[in-house]
Design a protein around this ligand. Structure first.
Ligand SMILES: [Zn+2]
Length: 364
C-alpha cells in the first residue's frame, strides 16, 4: 500500500519520491496527489487510538504508542460554549504524536534507520520517542534557549540533542544541512505528519455524536494541526457526513504573527516576520511552510486570525489550570483569544479548542 502512494509538489506539481522532504525541482512543499477519503464503514470501533481510522490512512501500522482518541471535555470559560480536546494527553505530552506516528511508520516502511529533526521542543520530543521506540536513531536540533524541561525530555526519549545557538531559524538551517546526508523527519514539511493530524477532526466528529462545532480555535505555528483539522473536516464534507465545515480560527502571539498579518492585509501568503520575545515558544515560526494553505483554510471556512499578547496568554493559562487543564503557554494562546471570538461571533457559538502541549513539561 505504502509504495503506491503518489506524492507531488504543491507549487510545480513535479512528482516526488517517498523520502524527499521538499520538491527537488522548485523547493516547494510536497503533498499527497489524492485527498483523503473518509469512509465511515471502515472505522474500527474496537480500536481506541487514532488507528481506528487505519483503513483510510495511506501508511502501514508497524508500531504505535497508543496515540490519539484524546478526551473532549466541556470547559466553559468566559461563559462561552468551549470544548477542550486534550491533545496534551498523547504519549509524549503533545498533539505532535499523531503526526510522528504516521511519519515514522512511513519511514520505517522505507527502511530508514536514522533521522534528523528540528524543533523548539514538543515535536523534537515526539520524534525522539517514536524513533527510539521503533529502532530508528534520531538527532534533534533545538535552539540553545529552548525550555530546559523539553530538552531533557528529548534526551530521555533517546534522541541525540544538538543545541544550536542564535535565533530560532538557526536550528532549522543546521538541520537542513545535516539532512543532505540523512533522512529529514520534519514535522513542518512531511505530508505524512499532517496525515496523522487529520484524525483529530474525525475524532471530534465522532465524540460530538457525528456533528461538528461552529468554530475550531487553535494556536498556529506551521499550522500542521490547523491543516489536519481542515483536511479532516473537508473529507467528512466530501463524504456527505456534515453539511458545513467549522470556521477555522488561527491564534498567534504578538511576538510572532505572520498569519495574522496576512489575514489583516488580505495577503495570500504570510509575510516573513522577525520574532520578538513571547511566552508562546511553540508557535514561533517566522515562515510557515504551508502558509498559503493555512490562509486558504481560514478564508474558505469563513474563519479569522487573532493576535494575543503575553499577559493575556499567561492569564488564560492560569484560568485553564483552574479548570484542571494543565497546559503550556503556547496552548493557552487559543483560550486567550476567546474575548475576541465573542466580539466577532457572539457567545452562543460552539467552540472546540485543542489543548496542544502538556504544562507539566514547563514546571520546575
Ligand atoms: Zn516543485
Amino acid at each position: 500500500m505504502t509504495t503506491t502512494v503518489k506524492l507531488i509538489c504543491t507549487e510545480c506539481a513535479a512528482e516526488a519520491g517517498p523520502l524527499d522532504w521538499r520538491c527537488s525541482v522548485c523547493g516547494g512543499p510536497i503533498d499527497f496527489a489524492e485527498p483523503l477519503r473518509f469512509r465511515p464503514e471502515v472505522v474500527d470501533d474496537g480500536d481506541f487510538s487514532l488507528w481506528r481510522y487505519a483503513a483510510m490512512l495511506p501508511v502501514e501500522r508497524r508500531f504505535t504508542l497508543g496515540e490519539g482518541l484524546t478526551p473532549l471535555v466541556a470547559a466553559p470559560i468566559d461563559g462561552m460554549k468551549v470544548y477542550a480536546k486534550l491533545e496534551y494527553l498523547n504519549p509524549t505530552g503533545s498533539y505532535k504524536d499523531r503526526g510522528a506516528v504516521t511519519m515514522m511508520n512511513h519511514l520505517l516502511a522505507h527502511g530508514v534507520q536514522a533521522v534528523v529533526e528540528d524543533s523548539s521542543g514538543n515535536a523534537g520530543a515526539s520524534v525522539a520517542a517514536y524513533s527510539t521506540a521503533s529502532g530508528i536513531y534520531a538527532r534533534i536540533f533545538v535552539p540553545e534557549t529552548a525550555a530546559a524541561g523539553k530538552k531533557a525530555l528529548i534526551a530521555r526519549f533517546g534522541g541525540e540533542l544538538v543545541e544550536v545557538p542564535g535565533p530560532q531559524h538557526a536550528k532549522t538551517e543546521a538541520c537542513v544541512e545535516a539532512a543532505k546526508t540523512t533522512t529529514y523527519a520534519s514535522h513542518a514539511w512531511s505530508p505524512y505528519f499532517i496525515l496523522g493530524q487529520t484524525t483529530v477532526a474525525w475524532e471530534v466528529w465522532e465524540q460530538m455524536r457525528w456533528r461538528v462545532p461552529d468554530v475550531i480555535l487553535s494556536p498556529v505555528g506551521h499550522g500542521g494541526l490547523f491543516l489536519g483539522f481542515t483536511r479532516g473536516f473537508q473529507a467528512l464534507y466530501e463524504a456527505g457526513l456534515i453539511d458545513r465545515v467549522p470556521r477555522m480560527i488561527a491564534v498567534q502571539s504578538a511576538g510572532c504573527d505572520p498569519v495574522v498579518r496576512a489575514w489583516e492585509t488580505g495577503a495570500e501568503v504570510p509575510p516573513h516576520v522577525t520574532p520578538t520575545p513571547t511566552v508562546a515558544d511553540g508557535i514561533i515560526v517566522e515562515t510557515p511552510v504551508r502558509g498559503k494553505e493555512v490562509m486558504r483554510a481560514i478564508r474558505e471556512s469563513n474563519g479569522a486570525a487573532i493576535r494575543v499578547e503575553n499577559d493575556a496568554i499567561l492569564d488564560a493559562q492560569t484560568r485553564l489550570a483552574w479548570h484542571g487543564l494543565m497546559v503550556e503557554p503556547t496552548s493557552a494562546a487559543a483560550a486567550a483569544a476567546l474575548p475576541e471570538v465573542r466580539r466577532l461571533l457572539g457567545d452562543e457559538v460552539e467552540i472546540v479548542m485543542p489543548l496542544t502541549g502538556n504544562g507539566l513539561k514547563m514546571l520546575g
